[in-house]
Design a protein around this ligand. Structure first.
Ligand code: R5P
Length: 289
C-alpha cells in the first residue's frame, strides 16, 4: 500500500480481484483456531469440487502445503495472524504467525491479518497489522485486513458503526483489501472505507436463497466480492452453491436466477459427503464463531 503498486503487487492483486473488479475468495482458513471444522475435516477432499469456481483461496500455510494441488492457478491469500483456539475465552490474543518472506516462498498473492477492534488485545492485533504491512511492503505483497469479532463481541458483526470503525482503521493502517461482515446499512461501511471490501459469510445460514440474497445485497451496496467459507463448504451441495455465488459475483445474476442455477445443480452427485458424525460439543463450540 505504501509503496507505489509495482508490477509484482498489481499481478498479485489481480490473482484476487479479477478483470471485472470482482473477487470470489473461498475461505478455508478456519482450522487455524477451530481445528477440523465440520465440512473441512479433509481439506483436499472438500476442496476438490470447489477449486474450479474460486478465484482465490484464503487458507493457512499448512493446508496450502498439504491439500491444494500444485497445479492450482488461482490466488492464495495466506492467514498470517493467529495463536489461539476456539477453546480460549478471548480469541483476540493473536500474533503474526507467518512472515512476508515465508509467504513469498509459498507464492502467496497476499497475507491476511485479523484485527479485533474493541477487544482486550485490540492494540496487539492492530500492531500485528501494522507490522505485517511494513514487512510485506518491500515484496509488493498485498495485505488483507480481517475485522474479527471473536466470541464475546459476536453481536458486533451486525453493527454498521462497529464495522465501519474496524474497516476504516484497517484501511488507515494501509490494508489493501478489507474483509468484514454484511450488515444493515452496509453501503455506509463501504463509503467510509477507501479500499475494496469483501464479505465473510459467517455461520451457516438456513437456505441457499439467504446466502445468495446476502451476496447480492453486499455487491449492490458496494462490496467487490465475497471471502466466504462455511456457507459454501458446510452446505448440503457445496459445488452448487459456489456456482450460484459465482453467478452473482461475476455474471450479474439476480437472486432468483442464481437460486435456479443452484437448485438445478443440487443433486445426489453434488451432495456433500459426511465422513464423520458431527459431535454435539463441536457444533456448540463452533457456533460461537
Ligand atoms: C475465520 O474463521 C476466518 O477468517 C474466515 O475466513 C472467515 O470467518 C470467513 O469464513 P466464513 O464465511 O465461514 O465466516
Amino acid at each position: 500500500m505504501f509503496n507505489e503498486m509495482n508490477w509484482g503487487k498489481k499481478n498479485r492483486m489481480s490473482e484476487i480481484i479479477q478483470h471485472d473488479g470482482r473477487a470470489l475468495m473461498l475461505a478455508i482458513d478456519h482450522g487455524y483456531f477451530m481445528g477440523p471444522t465440520r465440512g473441512m475435516e479433509d481439506p483436499a477432499k472438500a476442496l476438490e469440487p470447489l477449486l474450479a469456481y474460486a478465484d482465490s483461496l484464503m487458507l493457512s500455510p499448512g493446508i496450502l502445503g498439504t491439500s491444494v494441488p500444485i497445479s492450482f492457478r488461482g490466488g492464495k491469500v495466506l492467514r498470517a495472524s493467529g495463536g489461539n483456539s476456539i477453546l480460549d475465552e478471548d480469541m483476540s490474543n493473536e500474533a503474526v504467525i507467518l512472515s512476508a518472506e515465508q509467504a513469498i516462498t509459498l507464492n502467496a498473492s497476499a497475507v491476511a491479518i485479523s484485527i479485533y477492534v474493541g477487544a482486550e488485545y485490540q492494540h496487539q492485533t492492530l500492531m500485528n497489522l501494522a507490522q505485517a504491512i511494513e514487512d510485506a511492503s518491500p515484496y509488493g505483497l498485498p495485505v488483507l485486513g480481517v475485522t474479527a469479532v471473536g466470541k464475546e463481541m459476536k453481536e458486533k458483526a451486525a453493527d454498521k458503526r462497529f464495522l465501519a470503525l474496524s474497516c476504516r482503521i484497517a484501511a488507515e493502517f494501509g490494508a489493501d483489501i478489507v474483509k468484514t461482515y454484511y450488515c444493515d446499512g452496509f453501503e455506509e461501511v463501504v463509503a467510509k472505507t477507501p479500499v475494496p471490501i469483501v464479505i465473510a459469510g459467517g455461520p451457516r445460514l438456513d437456505s441457499y436463497e439467504s446466502i445468495l440474497q446476502m451476496c447480492h445485497n453486499a455487491l449492490e451496496r458496494g462490496a467487490i466480492g465475497v471471502d466466504m467459507g462455511r456457507n459454501i463448504w458446510q452446505a448440503d451441495h457445496p459445488a452448487a452453491i459456489i456456482q450460484g455465488v459465482r453467478g452473482i459475483v461475476h455474471d450479474g445474476l439476480s437472486v432468483s436466477e442464481a437460486l435456479d442455477l443452484v437448485n438445478g445443480l443440487a443433486t445426489d452427485a453434488t451432495r456433500r459427503k459426511e465422513y464423520f458424525p458431527a459431535h454435539p460439543e463441536d457444533a456448540r463450540v463452533q457456533e460461537k464463531h
